[in-house]
Design a protein around this ligand. Sequence first.
Ligand code: HEC
Length: 402
Amino acid sequence: MDAYILDWLQLIFRWLHVITGIAWIGASFYFVWLDNHLEAPPRWKVDKGIKGDLWAIHGGGIYEVAKYQMAPEKMPETLHWFKWEAYSTWLTGMVLLVLVFYVGADAYLIDTRVAELTQLQAIGIGLGSLLAGWLLYELLCATPLAGKGYLLGLTLVVLAVAFSWGLTQLFSGRGAYIHMGAIIGTIMAGNVFRVIMPSQRALVAAIESGSEPDPSWGAKAKLRSTHNNYLTLPLLFIMISNHYPMTYAHKYNWIILLAIIAISAFARHYFNLRHRGINKPIILVVSLLATAALAWAIMPRPSPMATASATVPDAARVEAIIVQRCATCHSATPTDDVFQVAPGGVILDDLQGMQRWAQRIQARTIDAPDMPFMNKTNMTDEERAIVSRWLAAGAPGELHGE
Ligand code: HEC
C-alpha cells in the first residue's frame, strides 16, 4: 500500500480508536463514580424502589440521578445501553493493529534479531496469540476456579508471565507489547459481549415478564466487570508504551511489562477500595515507590566501552557513522523502502542535525538500543561506542563551512 495513504488510514483509525476508547473507559469510570456517590434517597423515592440518588451539575445544567434497587415498576420506553463504546474501541483497535503491525509487519512486528519470521508467520502468531489468550481466559472463567478469587488471580498471573515472555521471544519489543495490550483489550471487549450484555438482557427480560432475575447472571457479570476494572490502567499504559523504548526495547522488556501491569492494577485497587469506603493511601504510595524502583532498576548505566577510552572521537567519523546508519530514514530525502518521511521529524543529514538531536540520539541509540529501527542498517557495537563517547564529550565539532 502506498506509504502516504497508509499513514492517513493509520491517522484516522488511531484518532477513532482514541475517541471510542475515551468513551468506553470514560463511561465506565463515570458509572463507578456514580455508584460510589449515591446517597440515601428521601422516603418517597425509596417507596418507588430507588436505592440511592445524587445531584450533579455539569455544562450549565443540574442533574438528578437515581439508581433502582432492581428496576422501576414499569420499564421506561427508552433505556440507554452502553456497549458500542466497547465494541467500537475493539474494532478500531483491530484495524489499527492490522494497519500498523500486520501491513507493516516487516518494519514494526518482525525483528530479525529476535526471530526470523515471514510476514505470514508473524501475522499468524499475532492473531493466534489473541485467540489463545482470550480462549484460555474464557476457559478459566468456566472452571470452578472462577469462584476462588485468589486462585483465579494467580492463574491469570502465570498466564500473563507466559504470554509476556513468549511474545518477546517472537516479536519486536513494540510488537510484543502491543499484542499483550490487544489480548487484554480482547478479553475486556469479550467480557462485555459474552457476559455483561447477556446478563443485562436477561435482567431486563426477567423484569418485563415479571419473573425473578437469575442471580447467577448477575454474579458472572460482576466478576467480569471487576476484571475489566482492574485491566483498564494496565491496558492504557501498554497503549502509550510504544513511545518509550526504555520499556519495550530493554533486554528484560517482558519483566518490565509484567511489573507495569502489576503496579497499575494495584493502583486501581486503591480506587476500588475507596469506592467501598476504605481509604488506604498506602497503596498509592507503594505503587509510586514501586514505579521509582523499576525506573531505577532499568536506568541506563554508562557502558564500560564508552568510558574506557578518554579520547574524543573525531566529529567527521561520527558524522559518517550517523549518515550511514541513520540517514537512510532520518533525512530530508530518505532512501529507506518503508520510511519515506523523516520519522519524528528527526533529520540527521549533517553534524548540525546530530548536535541538535544529541540528547534524543543518546536516549534512542545508547540508553535504549532502539535505533536504528530494528537495527535495519546494521549498526555495530563499536560504532555505538564511538557515538556514545562523542555524546559523552558534549557532541563537539565545527559546522561545515563555518
Ligand atoms: C529504518 C529506519 C530508521 C533508521 C535507520 C533509524 N531510525 Fe530513528 N526512527 C525511525 C522511526 C520509524 C521512528 C519513529 C518511531 C518512534 O519514535 O519510535 C524513529 C524515531 C527516532 C527518533 C525520535 C524519537 C524521539 O525519541 O525523539 C530519534 C531521536 C531517532 N529515531 C534516532 C535515530 C538514530 C540516532 C538513528 C541511527 C543510529 C536512527 N534513528 C536510525 C526509523 C529509523
